[in-house]
Design a protein. Structure first.
Length: 278
């Protein structure tokens, strides 16, 4: 199974994969039903998750029902448990909302929807976020069929200080000029707004590794982890975000989750969520 999925990931263009997955997903979810692992995004359980990886394939990574990866499930749990992202203005005074550590809905703004910008929207989030009545949801990307606005992250067509929340996950490792991309993210985020900018992490590296001379797709997959990546981020990633102007929380969220749930949800232990504020 690993070799089949590796061939598919490295052969079929991502926009086509997105369309094909809509058909394949319910079939996989039916065939793999069980109780060993659970996807916290939809609450469905399976005897196994699917392998995933453009280079080295990892077991029990891809959820059959939502097609979420470890990082998606971790982000969902963080938003659900630590923020009021899913709460409406009507719930702003409820005990559940008041206990959230990060309140995105400021008291003076509870009557208006939060403006959310989502780069390269993931399928497991797209329909769910789209249905939320407490946010004004805009998606953007150069290639994704799910994008509302086709845009270059290094030259965004949005006004300054336009968005309360920005999700830009596993995008920056594709961008040659990631400094310019980060500056654009900072520009369009409102003062006090929150951005989450997940990237593939190699926390054993002190410094980010990049080499513009590596252009062969197989070599890129071997060195950078994926054929269309241009760098491997190290621990200095968070300081680079700070140099742009962001206030960054390095959220090691799996350490706040019970070990048995980390295993049950198939999370990557020790993955850091970069939670950024302007």
């Amino acid at each position: 199974m690993k070799s089949v999925f590796k061939f598919i990931l490295n052969t079929i263009p991502r926009p086509i994969l997105i369309r094909l997955s809509i058909v394949v997903r319910p079939i996989l979810a039916f065939l793999l039903k069980g109780s060993r692992f659970t996807d916290p995004i939809d609450g469905k359980s399976f005897r196994m998750f699917l392998p995933y990886g453009y280079g080295n394939q990892r077991n029990n990574v891809l959820s059959p029902s939502t097609l979420s990866l470890e990082r998606h499930r971790l982000l969902w749990l963080y938003l659900q448990n630590e923020t009021d992202f899913f709460q409406s203005e009507l719930d702003s005074d409820s005990p559940v909302t008041q206990n959230k550590r990060i309140k995105l809905r400021k008291d003076a703004e509870t009557s208006s929807a939060l403006k959310v910008l989502h780069f390269a929207p993931e399928q497991e989030f797209y329909k769910r976020f789209k249905k939320q009545t407490n946010i004004e949801y805009t998606t953007t990307d150069l290639l994704s069929p799910l994008a509302d606005v086709k845009a270059d992250i290094c030259n965004l067509p949005f006004e300054d200080n336009a968005y309360d929340i920005i999700f830009c996950n596993h995008v920056l490792e594709h961008i040659p000029d990631d400094t310019k991309a980060m500056q654009e993210l900072f520009r369009v985020l409102k003062p006090g707004g929150m951005g989450i900018f997940q990237i593939p992490q190699d926390l054993s590296r002190a410094s980010t590794f990049t080499d513009d001379t590596i252009v062969d797709q197989k070599e890129r997959a071997k060195i950078f982890g994926q054929y269309d990546h241009v760098r491997v981020y190290g621990r200095d990633y968070f300081d680079k975000l700070r140099s742009i102007g962001f206030k960054v929380i390095e959220e090691d969220y799996t350490h706040k989750i019970a070990p048995e749930l980390v295993e049950k949800y198939c999370l990557a232990k020790g993955e850091i969520i970069p939670v950024c504020f302007k």
